[in-house]
Design a protein around this ligand. Structure first.
Ligand code: ZN
Length: 319
């Protein structure tokens, strides 16, 4: 073989090698981009699915909220009078780790019992976080120097971990509203309730980057009482308690998730459901559809302040 032939062969081989490399590179790029596109599409789809699930359940929850508004249900929460010494002010930001003691457990059970602290309001926001509404609520709370409690959904916290982190870093209490908010899933069995709690607890820890954070506080989607799943809920309460988890409903609400609320209906419902109560747990929502909750928040805060309420969150109990 002539040297030139050898040279030609080497060149041909090199060309072939280059062709192979180009083909491999193209294949890798195509696979990578389709995987990325797939992830984006599936995330979008997941979010859409979850949004529609939450919406699906909104009406049912609304019915429960109306029930909760009933003073008879309040009495249920008020079983015994309590002690309790809820301190003023919050701990410094970023370092809040709930302490779940017997004392804290009793205080939550006797949440609405008047005490020497006078009128106290706990603002609570359910079903978030959401990218449109949660940041606006956080801005108002910061401006007003109010620390609130967010009952986050695991399925939402997973999508917006940075918002859960912001809530925490700005001094708010991160509590647990389960993962799916789909009644057939969360109330499939008492164990399913605990599973959703634990799943969400995991997501919260990851969002905060704090393994030691656990809120020990659950709010049943739709409330803890009555309805189609009353038996499951009752059994779930026992399982939650065995696992050091308390639950809390509300005794005051704006009905911001009921039917088609208006600015006035939200203001009026807060006034009527807070009337005559020493201690308030106020139910609101920070899902994307709740612009009215944002638009009425300052007015509601001012009203409660005028009525003599001091704002606290669950760190004041779990400390
Ligand atoms: Zn809810």
């Amino acid at each position: 073989m002539e040297p030139s032939e050898i040279h030609d062969m080497i060149v041909t081989k090199k060309l072939n090698m280059n062709k192979v490399l180009i083909v491999i590179t193209i294949a890798v790029v195509v696979i990578a981009s389709s995987v990325t596109a797939g992830i984006i599409v599936s995330n979008k789809r997941k979010e859409k699915m979850l949004a529609s699930m939450v919406q699906e359940n909104a009406q049912t929850e609304s019915n429960m909220q109306t029930e909760e508004e009933n003073p008879q249900n309040d009495t249920q929460e008020n079983i015994s009078q309590g002690e309790s010494n809820v301190g003023e002010g919050n701990q410094s930001q970023n370092q809040n780790i709930p302490v779940y003691s017997e004392n804290a457990k009793n205080k939550i059970k006797n949440m609405y019992a008047p005490d020497e602290n006078g009128k106290v309001a706990y603002l609570t926001f359910d079903d978030g976080p959401s990218d449109k509404i949660t940041p606006q609520i956080l801005d108002i709370l910061k401006e007003q120097n109010i620390k609130a409690t967010f009952f986050v959904l695991g399925s939402r916290a997973e999508l917006y971990p940075e918002l859960v982190k912001r809530e925490y870093e700005e001094g708010h209490f991160i509590a647990n509203h389960g993962y799916s908010h789909v009644y057939t899933s969360v109330y499939a069995s008492p164990q399913a309730v605990l599973d959703e709690y634990n799943h969400t607890d995991r997501i919260i820890k990851d969002a905060l980057g704090k393994e030691e954070y656990s809120g020990h506080l659950f709010r049943f989607p739709g409330g803890s009482e009555g309805g189609k799943y009353a038996n499951v809920k009752n059994d779930a309460k026992k399982i939650l308690e065995e696992n050091n988890v308390s639950y809390i409903n509300w005794n005051c609400l704006t009905n911001d998730a009921v039917g088609k609320p208006t600015h006035d209906s939200i203001i009026n419902d807060l006034k009527s459901t807070s009337n005559g109560k020493e201690r308030l747990v106020v139910l609101m929502h920070d899902t994307n559809a709740k612009q009215l909750t944002v638009d009425t928040l300052l007015e509601n805060i001012n009203y409660l302040r005028d009525q003599g309420y001091v704002f606290k969150n669950f760190y004041d109990i779990m400390k």
